[in-house]
Design a protein around this ligand. Structure first.
Ligand SMILES: *[C@@H]1O[C@H](CO)[C@@H](O)[C@H](O)[C@H]1NC(C)=O
Ligand SMILES: *[C@@H]1O[C@H](CO)[C@@H](O)[C@H](O)[C@H]1NC(C)=O
Length: 462
């Protein structure tokens, strides 16, 4: 507009101004409406208005779309809700039959970026999506002069995925991603994946950004077609295989749990009679319970699947509880029975003190503390000398009575000591029984625990 004004009023002053403008550059000579861009828009105005129509010359022919896909990141896997969040790049290419030009008509321009609202777009989506795509909007797409449309966009996909968490945290997950058109059957649109599974995998590994919990193992892609009511539909069926990096869980869950369990096994070597083993085990169990409460949030348990590691924790807790029960029983045997001086039942004496002792190389008989000779004291002291008897008879009688009383006293002390000895012997025997039972139960505990570990290992390997 301004240039037109200059052209009309060619007064000398304005002319000089115009010349100054001219020397500053010839940009001002061009108007937007004269540019190649505007001409381009004008040329294809028809195309840009009819975005509703599939861009094919023969309306009965399907439009072929070539897809490429790259996985950029695995953002997370929610095991409780079975939801996988991935970030991928999808590029679609198709031929627009009406958007073909000769580059020489537009100063040799052969690739033009256009706002994507100006063109017909395929409605290709991931079928497993359970949430809207929150990735950045891409406002443009490229068009080549041959009519090739190149439409790339990032996708943040929140998809449902059936998980197998049995081997957590050493699990490998396979999640499907199915690309398909929502509306168009293969009479209108055909989908092709342009790259092989190996190419997709290697390209994705190259751009894979996240060094988080998941490691990308493989992506497979294949074309499928499903027959529906009004024609068959093309699918690109992909499967993302990924492996969990277990280090975090080994350090934070497995090793502490193994240490607690080991402490429980070793605590059997605390003597049950002199040390309060029960309260030690109680404390240990309390510690383990707190540990389980903390770990609960890290475990992917949901109600339908339980990982082996959760079973391991549960069984470990069971073992701890049973070892506490065992300790209580042993302490009861040692303390209560011994203190109340209950006689040892004959069967227990035979089984435990004979067979059990032999099994664990223990002494069958308790040591005896006071060996008092059972030779009786001379019963009565008599004085035979008759001469002395007559003179000293009274003193001697008194002395004899005294001696007899002393002898009776000594006899009483001896009986008391013997009784005490018997009691200690009984106590010792109960102690022995307690120890041997403790050994037996500890062995049973160890055998069961080993069997449990073996079962776990076998389940793992199968
Ligand atoms: C469109 O394609 C079909 C099948 O190839 C053919 O029979 C028909 O003649 C074509 N129509 C036009 C207008 O080219
Ligand atoms: C799609 O791929 C096929 C086979 O590789 C090829 O012939 C065709 O030209 C491609 N189409 C587009 C739009 O790239």
């Amino acid at each position: 507009m301004a240039l037109d004004i200059f052209r009309i009023h060619r007064s000398p002053f304005l002319l000089s101004m115009w010349l100054i403008c001219l020397f500053q550059g010839n940009f001002s000579l061009l108007s937007l409406s004269d540019s190649d861009g505007a001409r381009f828009i004008k040329t294809f105005a028809d195309v840009f208005e009819n975005t509703a129509i599939r861009p094919v010359k023969n309306f009965t022919q399907p439009l072929e779309i070539n897809l490429t896909i790259q996985l950029h990141a695995i953002l997370g896997l929610d095991e409780k809700q079975e939801i996988l969040t991935t970030y991928l790049w999808m590029e679609q290419r198709w031929f627009h039959d009406f958007l073909v030009w000769d580059p020489s008509d537009f100063s040799g321009k052969d690739l033009v970026a256009l706002p994507k609202e100006k063109l017909w777009l395929p409605d290709v989506l991931i079928l497993e999506m359970v949430d809207e795509d929150k990735s950045a909007e891409t406002p443009y797409l490229y068009v080549h002069h041959t009519g090739l449309v190149i439409y790339g966009k990032p996708l943040r996909i929140v998809s449902s995925c059936n998980l197998n968490i049995l081997y957590f945290p050493f699990d490998v997950q396979k999640c499907p991603l199915t690309v398909s058109s929502i509306t168009f059957s293969d009479k209108d649109m055909k989908l092709h994946i342009k790259e092989t599974s190996e190419e997709i995998t290697s390209k994705s590994k190259k751009v894979f950004a996240s060094k988080g919990e998941w490691e990308l193992l493989q992506i497979t892609a294949s074309e499928k077609s499903v027959l529906e009511d009004w024609g068959s539909y093309d699918f690109i069926s992909m499967e993302v295989t990924m492996k969990r990096r277990p280090m975090f869980y080994i350090v934070n869950i497995l090793i502490p749990s193994a240490f607690l369990m080991l402490t429980d096994i070793v605590s059997f070597y605390l003597p049950a009679h002199s040390f309060d083993r029960a309260s030690f085990k109680m404390t240990l169990m309390l510690g383990y319970s707190v540990f389980l409460i903390i770990v609960k949030d890290l475990l992917p348990s949901n109600s339908s699947h339980t990982p082996l590691i959760a079973i391991f924790f549960l069984v470990s807790l069971t073992f701890m509880v049973s070892s506490l029960f065992e300790t209580i029983i042993i302490i009861n045997i040692i303390h209560q029975n011994a203190k109340q001086r209950k006689p040892i039942p004959a069967w227990m004496r035979t089984i435990v003190l004979n067979y059990g002792a032999k099994l664990f190389w223990r002494r069958g008989k308790p040591p005896v503390y006071h060996q008092i000779s059972r030779v009786p004291l001379a019963t009565k002291i008599t004085v035979q000398d008759c001469e002395m008897r007559s003179s000293l008879s009274e003193e001697i009688d008194a002395l004899q009575a005294l001696l007899n009383r002393i002898a009776e006293g000594v006899e009483e002390i001896k009986q008391g000591l013997e009784r005490h000895d018997q009691e200690r012997e009984l106590e010792d025997e109960w102690l022995q029984i307690g120890h041997i039972l403790d050994c037996v139960l500890h062995s049973v505990y160890c055998i069961f625990f080993t069997a449990f570990l073996l079962t776990l290992a076998v389940t793992w390997l199968m």
